[in-house]
Design a protein around this ligand. Sequence first.
Ligand code: ZN
Ligand code: ZN
Length: 646
Amino acid sequence: MSATIVADGTKDGFALAKEASASAPLALVVDGKQRDLGYVPPEGAEAEIVTTTDPLGREIMRHSTAHVMAQAVLNLYPGAKYSIGPPIEDGFYYDFEVDHPFTPDDLEKIEAEMKRIVKENQRFERAEVERDEALEIFKDQPYKVEIIEGVASDAEGADRDAGEGPVISVYRNTANGEERYVDLCRGPHVPGTGRIKAFKLLRSSGAYWRGDETKPMLQRIYGTAWESKDALAGYLHRLEEAEKRDHRKLGRELDLYSWPPEVGPGIAIWHPNGAIVRKTLEDLSREMHLERGYDPVFTPHIGKSTLWEISGHLDFYGESMFPQMDIEGSNYVAKPMNCPFHILIYRSKTRSYRDLPLRLSELGTVYRYERSGVIAGLLRARGFTQDDAHIFCRQDQVVDELVAAIDFFRALYATVGLGPDRVRFSTRPPKSVGSDELWDLAEASIPKALERAGLEYSVDEGDGAFYGPKIDIDVRDAIGRYWQVATIQADFLLPDRFGLEYTDHDGSRQQPVMVHRALYGSIERFIGVLVEHFAGAFPTWLAPVQAVVIPIADRHVDYAQKVAENLKRSTVRVEIDDSDNTMGAKIRNQQMHKVPYMLIVGDDEAEKGTVSVRPRSGEERRDVPIDDFAATIADEITRRAVDLTY
Ligand SMILES: [Zn+2]
Ligand SMILES: [Zn+2]
């Protein structure tokens, strides 16, 4: 935990940390600005002491490790050019121009050199220099020169808050008074390299300078760093777990979906196994929407760009849309969102206050342009299907509708045993449409709804949609990762842009309010999350194959068929494994496919009318009468139980 202490104007961060008995201090935050421990805060200033286990402390330590890595690379590969090396979630990277892509051997050498640098306990020393001096220091480093020249923009090293002109700060690593390394950097840094306790280089890959494919390809090394060897080991274990659960890898193994290169990146095709999981989730969604008073609608995948001009999407969202298609002189676009179509349905006839709330729902497939570099399987894709709905209501109904949407979320996610685990309220972004008055009304409705629904939340300033504030809901998976899934938005603006109206009791014309909400969010993404959360071992109600009957010998195939027929009558998805494989191979194969139940049948079972139930994990249970098993599994499926009964 970080401590806060009031400065007396004479002590630096080291002394203040000591006074506050803060253990493992790394840096300071004074008046919202991050500083090195060597900084002396002015009298009366509140200094927050950042320690190794604070999120900010880890960030500073990771970025310091990136400097150490760059020093190691410059030492080992003379002529290497270094560009930038920011901290990222759980780690850091640094980009270099070198004469060959880094190999695993290179990474080992670099890691060894980094250990030497850490052992030397070099000091990190800050200096502020004039632009000319900075250009002189980095004269052989073209990327640093480019950054210095662009210092007025958003470059690392620019300190626009300090004084009038930009101050260029550099950090030197020194040992015994000798300079070992210098980097252009805003800071802060740990006081010495000895503060870096545990790190590991993870991988390397090509990365364009400034992320721009017209610029040179650099070599990026990713690493991770932690405050202790234990914390590092824990992280590496989580990483290994996450790799095992990767939904792309499991999608292949379980034959769920694929991304053929002929289709293009970020657009999946669904194989029968994946499609049945998806259909099951879609059926559940449709059923629950009907129960909750939503009317299903269908709208097209493309439409004239006029619609998106009115909605404002072309202005505010154009970069995320697929390019326009010219058809007989009109421009058409693939829809990035379903809202405008639902608005047209609302507007298709005169509405009265008695019609409200009107809840229109659709499993609507949308297309968004994502750069190929950021596409990540089902999690970030170019085409996906939202369980989208738009609720048109009176102003006095908005909070009720928001609360109902949150309740809906809870009921839906209970079926897979997830969240809500983290809730964010995102407010008006800098680039938005509509008056302050309407934004104030929309923003006021959200905290009311969250409080009534009993949800704790944090506020993300400026992260709302261009037409309204929103609630984002995250769930936490089996290995502790958070995933953003659902979004619920309050919108007072699109109804205005489209001139929506209803007739009130007194005959006056009023403007309705819209609630936009998607609970799975994207069905594709939600399934990606579920595959990773369950590590492919779906609850029975979702599993593509729910039971497999395995005859011990050929003479048991007839009985196996009888068992399968019986289960099919209870609409269980069942298969028979009558392959020539050995019993051991069959069991391993079904376990690999994470089938919930294997039913093993031999002479004994055929004679007694039973099955031996072998769940995908756990103990085998013998002599289960076939009717009992059928009734139990049917009940497990109907209840949408998260855990297996046997
Ligand atoms: Zn730096
Ligand atoms: Zn919408």
